[in-house]
Design a protein around this ligand. Structure first.
Ligand code: EPS
Length: 401
């Protein structure tokens, strides 16, 4: 229902995205889009590139007088760094006379963990730059812009999405599910690692500092929490309609993510059913709106049978360490086929806080897609009326006593 594509290289002229399926009549707040882009640029552990960029999405189509028309929305995010890379990244057959920046030699020593080697084998590239420019996490800026629009749609059905960092290296919060939506929402945007526990945040900072001093990198985990998500999104009737599956795919598609969990995640496998499944109790009459039942726990992460159940949707993701090491790992120079340390590109030491913002965007996109699927309509007016009718019917049905 809602789909998007992105294009653009890390050091090319710009990133572009085309979003299709946003109904007509959504007022787009561009300051809010910029604010999300800024959040992605922050976090302790990022490299020098983020001092160059100041991301902003310029709308090219699909929006008129601030309101969506139902037509595809195109957004352009210029790369400020382009000026330093024109002589390396020009698209014309010959280097334009006015090209600026430095001319860089081909990259031939693949970084273990990056797409460099697999991409060179697949596409037959001699210069690994042709791989790494597109495999770069720079692309996630475009996803965050799409997610920022999706979030604005979701606000019309009440849903709010936040995230927090739960681990960096071996510094890990014991029970992320014990942390509430309200605690995470209260986090300041400039909190260095976006972790709710200040003492843990210091340990996490130490992990990053130690990695930086050693010329190394560090990964970690984060959790996205979507609050007040309408119940009934997704479906159990077919494998590709299950919302947990769709969320997992979306999260796993974020560069460097190696594991995804819903609710209790992998640890649910080590506990008996009596400690995993969330009991169903009658809600007090004062809370009878909504689904009308109370769940004392949320190990399911808001999804049962691939359908939202009215609880917070909680999706966690785990990121491997960044593949560019200042003290490079062993590799092979593909130009000479001799062993040689991997290439060094300017990079981040840790990008988990940024990945968390990207995770929020991906969750927003999947939930907006599912909301459009369930409530339908070509205009926001139709979608919101359908949502309200469903909500009223549901609360009437479940308040029967
Ligand atoms: C990245 C390497 C770094 C990161 C980049 C992702 O870029 P550069 O080589 O230009 O310093 O900063 O991330 C971004 C540019 C971004 O906007 O997130 C990589 O190799 O994936």
């Amino acid at each position: 229902m809602l789909r998007f594509l992105t294009a653009g290289e890390s050091h090319g002229k710009a990133l572009v995205t085309i979003i299709e399926g946003i109904p007509a009549g959504l007022t787009v707040n561009f300051a809010a889009v910029t604010a999300q882009l800024r959040r992605r640029q922050g976090g302790y552990g990022r490299g020098r590139r983020m001092a160059i960029e100041s991301d902003r999405a310029e709308p090219l189509s699909g929006i008129r007088h601030g309101v969506t028309t139902g037509a595809p929305i195109a957004l352009l995010i210029p790369n400020r760094d382009w000026d330093n890379w024109q002589k390396t990244m020009y698209v014309e057959p010959e280097q334009p006379a006015e090209a600026s920046g430095a001319e860089r030699p081909p990259v031939t020593r693949p970084r273990p963990g990056h797409a460099d080697l697999a991409g060179a084998v697949k596409y037959g590239h001699e210069d690994l730059r042709n791989v790494l420019e597109r495999a770069s996490a720079r692309e996630t800026a475009a996803r965050v812009a799409v997610g920022a629009v999706a979030r604005q749609l979701l606000q019309h059905v009440g849903a709010v999405i936040v995230s927090h960092v739960v681990s960096i290296g071996s510094a890990a919060i014991a029970d992320p599910l014990a942390i509430t939506f309200d605690q995470v929402r209260a986090l300041r945007d400039d909190a260095p690692l976006h972790c709710v526990d200040g003492a843990f945040e210091q340990l996490m900072i130490q992990e990053i500092d130690r990695a930086r001093e050693a010329g190394d990198t560090m990964g970690g985990g984060f959790e996205v929490i979507a609050h007040d998500v309408p119940p009934g999104l997704g479906s159990y009737v077919q494998w590709d309609r299950k919302l947990d599956g769709r969320l997992a795919q979306a999260m796993m598609s974020i560069p460097a993510i190696k594991a995804v969990g819903i609710g209790r995640g992998a640890t649910a496998a080590s506990l008996p059913g009596s400690r995993v499944h969330d009991e169903i109790l009658l809600a007090p009459a004062s809370q009878a709106a909504g689904v009308g039942v109370a769940r004392p726990t949320n190990n399911a992460g808001g999804l049962e049978g691939g359908v939202t159940n009215g609880q917070d949707v909680r999706v966690s993701a785990y990121m491997k360490p960044i593949a560019t090491l200042m003290k490079p790992l062993r590799s092979v120079d593909l130009a000479t086929m001799t062993e040689s340390p991997a290439a060094i590109e300017r990079s981040d030491v840790c990008a988990v806080p940024a990945a968390a913002v990207v995770g929020e965007a991906m969750v927003a996109i999947v939930l907006a897609d599912a909301a459009i699927e369930k409530f339908g309509g070509d205009s926001m007016d139709e979608l919101v009326r359908s949502w309200q009718a469903f909500r009223d019917r549901t609360s009437a049905r479940f308040s029967r006593r």
